[in-house]
Design a protein around this ligand. Structure first.
Ligand code: CUA
Length: 328
């Protein structure tokens, strides 16, 4: 290889360094998402190139000098059915495929490490299952399911990790859930993907994926004041929730142990799933949905508890197991 050619190649390499058609794929779903995208590129490319070639060939073949007499064609049912049915089949095929992958991405697997995420202008506040807190950086272990329960303190944000191909809106007043399983150790960009004000573009950081022992070591080096469950338990007492909700209390409200994840009958009929959203609503707007058999006595705690404290109470109630019955 001549020296000038190899220098040229070297320059080219540096020019395209860090440039790639796809961001790095580093999660259990990234391959499937890329495959759908590639599929669409292939279909769109095939049609575009096919049409362009046909256009050139036909304009040469039927140019005026060769066939001056244009023939009138009155339409063809067979052709019309063909060019309707084929694209329909392709589009429906992609729809089914895309829906399947989307469902996989939306369905949170059992178990997994539960992290709390609070977005605010303009930072991400993250809390580990063991209680450690971080801002704009999230350390996670590789090859483990990570489940994020997310909410916002102000406006709509969006949690986006391109390398994992996951993105979910983070909305004030509700909880959204996102899960991923990182498959490669490394550092990956974390973005806010919803315009949320002046410093939206700076609202981000990185997800650091580590081997399990490294993650444990990292956790060990962080200061923390108890797990979210413990903080929630302390709040439960501090806010006097236990006066009405603990087993053996005055029982003006239902005892809450073991309720998380169950369907609860409501006063006035119907049921509600006792989940994070229901816990949050019951604390802030207790009279909206009252449990069957109870009076709407509970006062609202709006303004007294922040989003992170609400998440801690959710973590506490989620972990609260039903008491084992005696003699079993
Ligand atoms: Cu938060 Cu954009």
């Amino acid at each position: 290889m001549s020296p000038s050619l190899s220098i040229g190649l070297l320059q080219e390499r540096s020019l395209f360094e860090g440039f790639s058609l796809f961001p790095e794929g580093a999660s259990s779903v990234s391959g499937q998402v890329d495959l759908i995208f590639l599929g669409w590129v292939l279909v769109a490319g095939t049609f575009s190139v096919g049409i362009a070639i046909a256009l050139v060939l036909l304009s040469l073949r039927y140019r005026r000098a060769r066939s001056p007499q244009a023939a009138e064609i009155e339409g063809s049912a067979r052709l019309e059915i063909l060019w309707s049915a084929v694209p329909l089949a392709i589009a429906l095929g992609f729809f089914v495929w895309g829906a399947k992958v989307y469902m996989d991405m939306r369905t949170v697997p059992e178990g997994g490490l539960r992290f709390n995420v609070t977005g605010k202008q303009w930072m991400w506040k993250l809390q580990h299952p063991t209680g450690q807190r971080e801002i704009n950086t999230l350390h996670v272990p590789v090859d483990e399911t990570v489940v994020l329960t997310m909410t916002s303190e102000d406006v709509i944000h969006s949690f986006f990790v391109p390398a994992f191909r996951v993105k979910t809106d983070v909305v004030p007043g509700m909880y959204s859930t996102l899960w991923f399983r990182a498959t490669k150790v490394g550092r990956y960009h974390l973005f806010c993907a919803e315009y949320c004000g002046t410093e939206h573009s700076k609202m981000g950081g990185e997800v650091v994926v580590m081997e399990r022992p490294d993650y444990e070591r990292w956790l060990g080096g962080q200061e923390f004041a108890g797990t979210p469950e413990e903080a929630g338990a302390a709040l439960f007492t501090k806010m006097r929730c236990d006066t009405c909700h603990a087993a053996g209390s005055t029982q003006r409200g239902p005892a809450l142990a073991g309720l998380f994840g169950t369907e609860r009958p409501l006063a006035g009929g119907g049921t509600v799933l006792f989940d994070a959203a229901h816990v949050r609503e019951s604390i802030l707007e207790p009279r909206k949905r009252v449990s069957a058999g109870y009076e709407p006595l509970m006062p609202s705690y709006k303004g007294q508890l922040g989003e992170e404290e609400l998440l801690q109470l959710v973590a506490y109630l989620r972990a609260l197991e039903a008491p084992q019955e005696e003699g079993r």
